[in-house]
Design a protein around this ligand. Structure first.
Ligand code: PGA
Length: 265
């Protein structure tokens, strides 16, 4: 055994906190304002990386006000074809040109508009082959006593990651967002204990698809009514690597508080 083997400790994963602004705010001025507030906190963090997934229309404005490495710009969706006659769609090339590093794929609100596992898979492949990171969103709409929801999640995960190479899986983040917990308040969020169980379950599926050491490096995030009040217990006891945050990310101060909680955890 060489010196390096004896003394090298496993590297602690950097935590990731992603803002999903959805179809908000309504003006670029507001978008820049929230982004600036988040940035002020994000640049001071050492163990936590902040990502802001803004509506596509504001990406260029955000890119213009920040080009450092302490905060990344993300997109909420993408189309899988490289270019062509796809009215209204946005390509991976266009996102990259706007400074985007992370792209949400398969968010439940997009799935509700008709996005199938097959479409999600096409988008994920397009994102990771372009070198950006894909945030694969999964989550059941309700829980049942027979465990059908576990089969549902397994299918979302397996179909989304089918054929992804061990090399490319490092560009995938899994965001577990149970639909029943999204857009509510902290009382409706998942408990740290249940999240812990779910995280182990997701990790087990990843380990059945990839080598153990590769699967253990994939970031697993939780999303669904995360606020400053429940962030601490979830990050400490939920066995997660960060959050995907909707409502609380639209207020710069609130999101910054969550960033600081994650940094201290
Ligand atoms: P929420 O949204 O934090 O408002 O529940 C999370 C999401 O939909 O990504």
């Amino acid at each position: 055994m060489g010196r390096d083997t004896i003394y090298s400790m496993p590297k602690k994963k950097q935590k990731l906190v992603i803002a999903n602004w959805k179809m908000n705010p309504q003006t670029s001025i507001e978008a820049e304002h929230i982004f600036q507030e988040i940035k002020k906190t994000a640049v001071k963090l050492k163990r936590t990386h902040a990502v802001v997934c803004s509506p596509a229309i504001f990406l260029g404005d955000l890119q213009a006000i920040y080009s450092g490495e302490k905060i990344s710009i993300g997109a909420q969706d993408v189309f899988w074809e490289k270019n062509g006659s796809y009215t209204g769609e946005v390509s991976v090339g266009q996102l990259k040109d706007s400074g985007v590093k992370y792209v949400l794929v398969g968010h439940s609100e997009r799935r509700a508009l008709g996005e199938t596992n097959e479409i999600v898979k096409n988008k994920l492949d397009a994102v990771i082959s372009s070198g950006m990171k894909a945030v694969l969103c999964i989550g059941e709409s309700e829980r049942d006593d027979h465990g059908d929801y576990l089969a549902f999640i397994t299918e979302e995960l397996r179909s989304g990651l089918a054929g992804v190479s061990p090399k490319n899986i490092k560009n995938v983040i899994v965001a577990y967002e149970p639909i029943w917990a999204i857009g509510k308040c902290k009382e409706d969020a998942m408990s740290p204990h249940d999240m812990h169980q779910m995280s182990l379950f997701i990790r087990k599926i990843l380990m059945s698809m990839f080598q153990r050491n590769i699967a253990s490096r994939v970031n697993i995030l939780y999303g669904g009514s995360v606020e400053r009040e429940n962030a601490e217990e979830l990050i400490k006891d939920g066995e997660i690597d960060g959050f995907l945050i909707g409502r609380a990310s639209l207020e710069g101060k609130h999101f910054s508080d969550i960033l600081n909680i994650v940094e201290r955890s």
